[in-house]
Design a protein around this ligand. Structure first.
Ligand SMILES: [Zn+2]
Length: 289
């Protein structure tokens, strides 16, 4: 047990959704390094986030290759395996179909420019490249970027999206399971808005505060502190998107995280999550307005 992150300064963020500094303490939980982190809830709008938290510089070391190879209860077992790549691509295609991406894609002229933020090794970038897009990815995880560039031959950038300059706008930008990791989701959405063509689309997925989350409480599968900093309900995410200049076109909830994976019980819970809108994951398609 120790204090969070050796020498990294800690910060006490205000609510990014409503600006309030009034927080209600929900509970504390250990990270995998046995540091204690506290989940708070904005007293004004109800947004859940971690506070205090390590400043951004203190988080980078957490996304070295071990995050993608060694973790078992979170992160990835072996992110770089063929099996993981196949599984990620399968889920990606399902999400895109649910959000009517293919109809959107069909309506676009060529060349089509795509950017994936938080791209890791670039599996989504590869998928879009193979569909004829001019596809790019950006991530702070150096090992992943190196893997994607060397082994998959992709156009990947190592760095911070907020500081990145692009010569031309994009038709489509994605944030797959990324927004919950960001220190400033609001600033990311504003910059995404600037970097999109008029009428361009943002597709994103994130864990959802709601549904099956309530069943698991503190043990919810997405309460991974401090990698996950924000936990949005659908309503809160919608409000943030609206504030930053987006209009939601479609959305869907899925996933139960209940019952052992691969068992009939899990399949029943997953089906219930999807049909009854109880899923603890959400996907959203939002148009630049
Ligand atoms: Zn708030």
């Amino acid at each position: 047990m120790g204090m969070p992150s050796e020498n990294a300064p800690m910060e006490y963020p205000d609510c990014i959704l409503c600006g309030s500094s009034e927080k209600k303490l929900l509970f504390s939980k250990f990270s995998d390094k046995r540091e204690s982190f506290t989940l708070v809830k904005c007293r004004n709008c109800g947004l859940q986030f971690i506070s205090p938290r390590p400043a951004e510089e203190g988080m980078k070391a957490r996304y070295q290759s071990t995050y993608f190879t060694e973790r078992t209860d979170r992160g990835y077992n072996n992110y770089f395996s063929d099996a993981t790549m196949k599984e990620i691509t399968r889920v990606l295609e399902l999400n895109l179909r649910d959000l009517m991406f293919f109809e959107f894609e069909h309506s676009l002229p060529h060349p089509r420019r795509y950017l994936d933020i938080g791209c890791a090794a670039g599996y989504s970038v590869l998928f879009m490249h193979q569909r004829g897009w001019d596809a790019y990815g950006i991530d702070v995880a150096a090992d992943c970027i190196r893997f994607g560039k060397t082994n998959l031959g992709l156009n990947l950038i190592e760095g911070d999206f907020l500081a990145a300059e692009f010569p031309e706008p994009f038709h489509c930008i994605t944030l797959w399971a990324t927004i919950e990791h960001l220190h400033r989701p609001d600033l990311f959405l504003r910059k995404i808005h600037r970097d999109l063509h008029p009428g361009g689309m943002l597709f994103l997925s994130t864990c959802r505060a709601g549904g099956f989350m309530y069943l698991h409480g503190k043990n919810w599968r997405y309460y991974n502190f401090p990698e996950h900093l924000y936990f949005f309900s659908y309503r809160q995410l919608k409000r943030l998107l609206c504030k930053t200049g987006f209009i939601i076109q479609s959305h869907s909830f899925y996933g139960s995280g209940t019952g052992r994976p691969g068992t009939p019980l899990r399949a029943i819970f997953d089906r219930a999550a999807k049909t009854l809108h109880l899923g603890d994951m959400m996907i959203v398609a939002a148009k630049k307005s």
